[in-house]
Design a protein around this ligand. Structure first.
Ligand SMILES: [Zn+2]
Length: 465
């Protein structure tokens, strides 16, 4: 059933895209992108260009701003200059959904990675963070990635990432030491090694052999922020140290960006963090609320959100009763339940809202129409005023999430400052600004006109390789 709605929406959006339909239905508020992306060195031009993405995993906008304003990241500042923009992550604010959106240029719902953990076909649970399931990720996502698109155009790309190498000629040596360093909390050595290998790969090749796209994934800050919290002295000094470690590569990029071959560099992130001071043991609480003769649902605990899959034994009413009970807990921010093909019930403490995904409306590609209180609006509407805007953002995130092939029947969001995982002071996955807003720095590329956040899936789409 899920598939049919998704397929329909995909087909519809595709038709809209192909036909370039420019009219609008009276009932739908259409918006176009509220900013213009200008690259000083478009790749379509005659001059060969290389795009380098430095992804600092888990760097939230507010953490970055705090350090940046105190001039504590001098190498990033001197390389990228003073201009700052922000990026909006997709929900859930987790690594695998967001890097998948970045590398495929598709929003949540239009690629198959709806969580770090997903229930896949035949009820198999895949955990993309586990090395055992990583090959599955490559297989599922690879055909949609930029690496694959470039390969088809006979253009080169490099991926210096432990989790996202997608068959691009990976320069990063998979050394046994890497795994040991991660376990032993030697994150700075791991990132230093990734940066050293990036520089080495560039240095040993002539300008004409540089790839069109280079993805460099730095994972240490995420690990440190989980352990000690996003604003901890440990996270701050990790970031300062990373800024120092970046210097040789940034210097090289600066020196070699030339009239023969220009280099566009972006520094960005996949998600931020929520500082957590309280644990909510979601599995235990759900256990007490499951009605007699009902099997316990499958619970995928993603720290600041939990995804629930139910068996057919559960009626819509039983699911909604569980959602209502859970939403009354002070440690729960909201519960979203998918009913049938198109309805989403949103349980907040003091209210219940029902929204409906409406097929057949004229929205831009990958956008969808939402009916709420008889008004139909396309998703990705960025110009609404608060508080309505906040509610619509929640709807929009939920609508996109529930249209993903592997999405669950219910999602539970932890309240601010609460996490579903015991051991971590920093957690993410939820819908707060701390988790969804990240910085972007650019060199040889600028965003003009408008100040709104750039969705993470539109960043690489803007370059014409
Ligand atoms: Zn991450």
């Amino acid at each position: 059933m899920r598939l049919s709605l998704r397929s329909f929406l995909t087909l519809f959006c595709f038709l809209i895209f192909i036909l370039g339909i420019a009219f609008e239905f009276g009932c739908v508020h259409r918006t176009s992108r509220s900013y213009e992306w200008n690259s000083n060195s478009p790749l379509a031009g005659p001059k060969p260009t290389t795009v380098v993405v430095l992804l600092i995993d888990g760097l939230g906008l507010s953490v970055f701003d705090e350090l940046d304003q105190q001039a504590l990241l001098p190498n990033l500042r001197s390389f990228f200059g003073e201009t700052r923009f922000s990026v909006r992550s997709v929900f859930p604010s987790l690594t695998f959904p967001n890097i998948s959106s970045l590398l495929t240029s598709r929003p949540m719902g239009a690629h198959p990675v709806s969580g770090n953990k997903v229930q896949w076909v035949d009820s198999e649970v895949l955990n993309f963070e586990s090395p055992v399931d990583m090959p599955q990720l490559q297989e599922i996502l690879k055909p949609q990635t930029l690496f694959e698109k470039l390969r088809q155009k006979h253009l080169r790309s490099w991926s210096l990432s432990y989790s996202f190498n997608f068959g691009s000629p990976t320069i990063l040596r998979t050394n046994i030491g890497a795994g040991l360093q991660y376990v032993g909390e030697d994150y700075d050595k791991l990132d230093a090694d990734t940066l050293r290998q990036s520089l080495h790969a560039f240095e040993r090749l002539g300008r004409d052999q540089w790839p069109s796209f280079v993805f460099i994934h730095l994972i240490g800050l995420d690990a440190v922020s989980h352990l000690y919290g996003p604003y901890s002295p440990q996270a701050v000094s990790y970031l300062q140290n990373l800024d120092r470690q970046l210097q040789p590569l940034l210097r090289w990029l600066d020196k070699n960006d030339s009239t023969q071959r220009s280099i566009t560099t972006l520094m960005l992130s996949d998600h931020g963090f929520e500082k957590v001071s309280k644990t909510f043991e979601i599995e235990n609480v759900i256990e007490t609320l499951v009605p007699r003769n009902h099997p316990t649902p499958l619970i995928l605990n993603e720290m600041r959100m939990a995804a629930l899959h139910f068996t057919k034994r559960w009626s819509a009413n039983a699911k909604l009763a569980l959602a209502q009970a859970l939403s009354q807990n002070p440690d729960v921010q909201a519960v979203l339940t998918r009913i049938g093909n198109s309805q989403i019930h949103l349980n907040l403490k003091d209210r219940l809202d029902i929204l409906e995904l409406v097929p057949g409306q004229s929205c831009r590609p990958y956008s969808f129409a939402i009916r709420y209180q008889s008004r139909v609006t396309c998703s990705q509407v960025l110009d609404l005023q608060a508080p309505q805007r906040d509610l619509y953002k929640l709807f929009e995130n939920a609508g996109a999430y529930f249209s993903a092939e592997s999405s669950p029947d219910m999602v539970i969001l932890a309240a601010n400052g609460v996490g579903f995982a015991k051991q971590y002071l920093g957690q993410h996955g939820g819908m707060t600004a701390e988790e969804l807003k990240t910085p972007i720095l650019m060199r040889n590329s600028v965003v003009t006109a408008g100040s709104s956040e750039i969705p993470i899936y539109e960043i690489l789409e803007s370059f014409s390789f």
